[in-house]
Design a protein around this ligand. Structure first.
Ligand SMILES: [Zn+2]
Length: 245
């Protein structure tokens, strides 16, 4: 394959751009804020699950509170009716004694039910306070996540700007290098990340191996427009004034 030395040198510019783009891509993928965000989002999901469980538990206990209140109310109403009948003095002495007994037993029952009511109300208060703590913690976490997302977006915008600047000359360079040489470069780059390397001080700039004297001799006598390949890594080897030939 033939390509004039100028085209071959332009290939090194293309390689420099592509290397820079690969670095930007890597830096963007490994931004520390992304790992931090993933960690906080995991924590947020755990808290969300806890909030759901706490709400369900609170709903259940609030139902128990309403039931306990209704139970106490029933006994109170019944006692109020008994007391009214007793106060009216209507009925036989036996009836009035029976009413008196029932009132005593209702008072005991009311006291027991009020204890139950108090206990479930305390449980409801505890759960309300747990839920309030969880919600407050989740709100703080949401704020931190929003802050990190803003940081991330600033970084991503900066990377996008860098990448746009770095790649701006690429199309012109590709046109200058020509489709045939670019196709070869792309094919090598697809398998070994970089497709072209400068020959510097008798070393391949890609694999860093020194070329043997026989190879150097062959390169010395090769026509300027011949496209050379590194024997070791198969990259396109571009001769430069620093090649040491
Ligand atoms: Zn090499």
């Amino acid at each position: 394959m033939k390509a004039d030395p100028w085209r071959q040198l332009r290939l090194l510019d293309l390689q420099a751009i592509d290397t820079r783009v690969a670095q930007i891509t890597h830096a963007r993928r490994t931004l520390p804020v992304l790992a931090e965000l993933a960690d906080l989002e995991g924590k947020a999901r755990l808290i969300d699950d806890q909030v759901v469980r706490a709400r369900t538990a609170l709903d259940d206990v609030q139902r128990e509170v309403r039931k306990a209140e209704a139970d106490v109310q029933l006994v109170r109403d019944r006692a109020a009716r008994d007391r009214a009948r007793l106060d009216s003095g209507i009925g036989t002495a036996k009836d009035l004694v029976a009413l008196q007994h029932e009132l005593e037993s209702l008072a005991r029952r009311q006291s027991e039910l009020e204890d139950v009511e108090l206990e479930v109300m305390e449980r409801a208060e505890d759960l309300e306070s747990d839920l309030a703590n969880l919600t407050a913690g989740r709100d703080r976490l949401s704020e931190r996540i929003a802050g990190l997302e803003a940081d991330r977006d600033v970084s991503l915008a900066a990377f996008a700007k860098d990448e746009a600047e770095v790649t701006r000359p690429r199309a012109d360079i590709v046109a200058g290098v020509g489709p045939e040489l670019v196709a070869l470069y792309d094919k090598i780059a697809a398998s070994s990340v970089t497709g072209a390397a400068a020959l510097r001080q008798k070393r391949c700039g890609g694999c860093q191996l020194e070329l043997n004297p026989v190879e150097i001799q062959r390169i010395r006598s090769a026509p300027e427009d011949e496209v050379l390949r590194c024997e070791e890594c198969r990259r396109i080897l571009v001769r430069t004034p620093e090649s040491g030939l």
